[in-house]
Design a protein around this ligand. Sequence first.
Ligand code: G6P
Length: 609
Amino acid sequence: MCGIFGCILKEGNAAPLIHSSLKRLEYRGYDSVGIATISDGKIFMKKDSGKIDEVHKLVNLDDMPGNIGIGHTRWATHGAPLKINSHPHMDCKGEIVVVHNGIIENFMELRAELQNLGHIFVSKTDTEVMPHLIEETLKQNPKLTFVNAVLESLKRIEGSYAFAIMSTREPDKIICARNESPLVLGVNGTGVFCASDIPAFLPITNKAVMINNGEIVILSQQGYEIHKIQDYSTVTRDPVTIEWTSEMAVKQGYPHFMIKEIHEQPEVLRNTLRMQDHYLDLMTTFLDRADEVYLVACGTSYHACLAASYMFSKLAFLPTYPVYASEFVEQHGKSVNIESTLLAVSQSGETADTLSAVMCAQQRAATVLGLTNVIGSTLTRVSRVYIGTQAGPEIGVAATKTFTSQLSVLAQLALRLSKKRGKISQDEMDCLEVNLKKMPEDVEIIIRTQEEKVKQIAHKYKDSKVFFFLGRGISTATAFEGRLKLMEIAYIPSIAFPAGESKHGPISLIEEGFPVVFVCPRDDCHKTLIGNIMEMKARGAHIIAVIEEGDDDIKSLAEEYIEVPKGIPSVLSPIPFSVPLQMLAYYISLEKGNNPDMPRNLAKSVTVK
Ligand code: G6P
């Protein structure tokens, strides 16, 4: 997730406006910033790593000539957050500049092809293939207009993108294109604007034109032209008036970041499936060499590790030990050694407990692998190999989209390892791959069809003094996460444990009306779980079940049920089954009058032990 912005002004310099607009997109990423303008047919560019204010102090982003320009604020996915990887990116001759939000899936092939043709790449980014591809297209077809060269190049790009592109060949135009990454235009009497998101231009204009997937846009002094990339047919679309305040706009009209981030999960899950093969393969090679692996994390990330321990065991027969990072040194500090492998999972990559477990393992020569959402964080610097979860910045303190993105990456790793080790049948493998691909759609369906129902359940149970969250097998991890969400933002004491443990103690708490949330995928544990539901019901518990669509056995036992699509394999179930629980916590928190984005006593990133 990055922010792009471009503008053509009727009068005045573009750079100060691009600078202030990028500031309003900083919530989309802040690893580096860059601006390019055109004046007198020449490109001017300033860029560097760091937050916008830091870079501005060093290079004065406002001091650039020209009434046309593009800018970018970056959330690193491919390539570390360094100056060379900052956008805009250029072709060899310095005639074409590009800013991009998204992931070009086939960039390795394109890069190799272009390098063979003599193109020199200076960055490690996927984006840099685009200016070179346009350059090459123009070289091979010198008669093409710039727009046509962009169009031809776009046809070779696979993946997600929102591009803004300028060239000295046609210095009065910005060409934009969209596939799956957001892009919106702003218009008023002073000029035209393109941006990743409405807040970027909202103080300037509230007239916006939404751009759809598969569309290319030409911005000029005359305004905007929209065409279909496929056949260049013209699309007519008038501006709409945006009634949002700036604060609402940053949240895209959602009242809180948490619910916005819950709704972003389908898009984020799509991005996690665009992970470059070589990162996954490299990590898989290290996991394959290990006899056993410690999965180390805190909070929500720990629950992803707990779920992953079932994935690695079931799919790849790899023993893994989920460990709370704050306990790692005491529990394993003396036994961890050169033969050990530790996979640290951390959204921020800065959690002090997780880093101190990593340091301890490193001092004893263990192999450290990292999974984090923040490329450039301490965890990426100290890991032998790391993978970025591609979720974009998460602002709500309660982790949601970063949890499901961690699960998706961990599932992909377990699948790869399984394939490498030949542990499961081809049919099973195919089924898992199909289901992983369809996960974004499944999550979309859950949000679309179940949110209202979850709201009603939240209203009904808002005054409950305590909740249980139960599951069996991998759903134990989902139950733990559901309970953490409810506790942290609704402040309701909650207890989670594997459902089989009820009879060893916790069931004594049950009395009439006690809400018990059961996580019930139709897996090998389903029958036994029904037994656990009956035990609770017999003692007066109210059952709130997250079930597979059409699971009549559990429907008939539950006071309330929330449905997820059918046929989701057990090892992938924590992804869709955790989504209703995130929404439940969110809506109970609202019912209680809390601010779910800023729960009391908690911080997004905890850098003390
Ligand atoms: C804090 C946050 C949690 C998060 C945990 C681990 O406690 O409030 O939401 O799960 O840290 O953070 P990490 O960045 O390491 O995943």
